[in-house]
Each structure stands twice: as structure tokens, then as C-alpha cells.
Design a protein. Structure first.
Length: 118
């Protein structure tokens, strides 16, 4: 399984970015796809997740109403649309994949840097 994250960059507060995670190597219908982030000096934290088969979504409280996770079945790609970005959203963002029901994420992408200036 390979996960390729992209779309990070530098943006001013209030701006938007869209991250992409291209997944390959197997069929992901039984997987949940997640986005996590890690800021300097902090532990990695959950951001959002989507269940591939049903499209059910889950969000951290800190991003609800600002971030939207979605997937494109034809492209095997998961997106994270980030709006109204804040300086505290600055972090390396990682996409991850895990089998539904196992309680964990087994595969991780390489991370993409998001920097929000004030």
C-alpha cells in the first residue's frame, strides 16, 4: 500500500488549501482513510477521517466547520479541503489508512507541510 500526500504550502490566515492523498496497492473499500497532523513540539493528532465504503466522516472538534474530508473513488484519492485556516493549523499533515474495525491505521503517507501565517 502506498499513500502519497500533496497540496501543502504557505497560506495567510483565513485562506484555504486542499490536500490530496493518492492511494494505491489494493482495494480500499474496507478501509477508513484519515488525516492527522503534527506541529513542532507536539504529538500527532487526529484531524479527520472518512469511511471509504459509506462516505461517513469524522472530525476533530478543532476543525469542524472549517475542514471537509472527501474521496474520489475513480481516482482512489482522499481530499482534505481546509478553509478559514488559522496559525494553529500549522503542522505536517499525514494521510493514513486502516482496516475498518481494527481500531488503528496501518499505512501512512510521507506528510505534507502546511504553514499558516498570521
Amino acid at each position: 500500500v502506498q499513500l502519497q500526500a500533496s497540496g501543502g504550502g504557505l497560506v495567510q490566515a483565513g485562506g484555504s488549501l486542499r490536500l490530496s492523498c493518492a492511494a494505491s496497492g489494493r482495494t480500499f473499500s474496507s478501509y477508513v482513510m484519515g488525516w492527522f497532523r503534527q506541529a513542532p513540539g507536539k504529538e500527532r493528532e487526529f484531524v479527520a477521517a472518512i469511511r471509504w465504503s459509506t462516505g461517513s466522516t469524522y472530525y476533530a472538534d478543532s476543525v469542524k466547520g472549517r475542514f471537509t474530508i472527501s474521496r474520489d473513488n475513480a481516482k482512489n484519492t482522499v481530499y482534505l479541503q481546509m478553509n478559514n485556516l488559522k496559525p494553529e493549523d500549522t503542522a505536517v499533515y499525514y494521510c493514513a489508512a486502516g482496516v475498518v474495525g481494527t481500531g488503528g491505521y496501518h499505512y501512512w503517507g510521507q506528510g505534507t507541510q502546511v504553514t499558516v501565517s498570521s
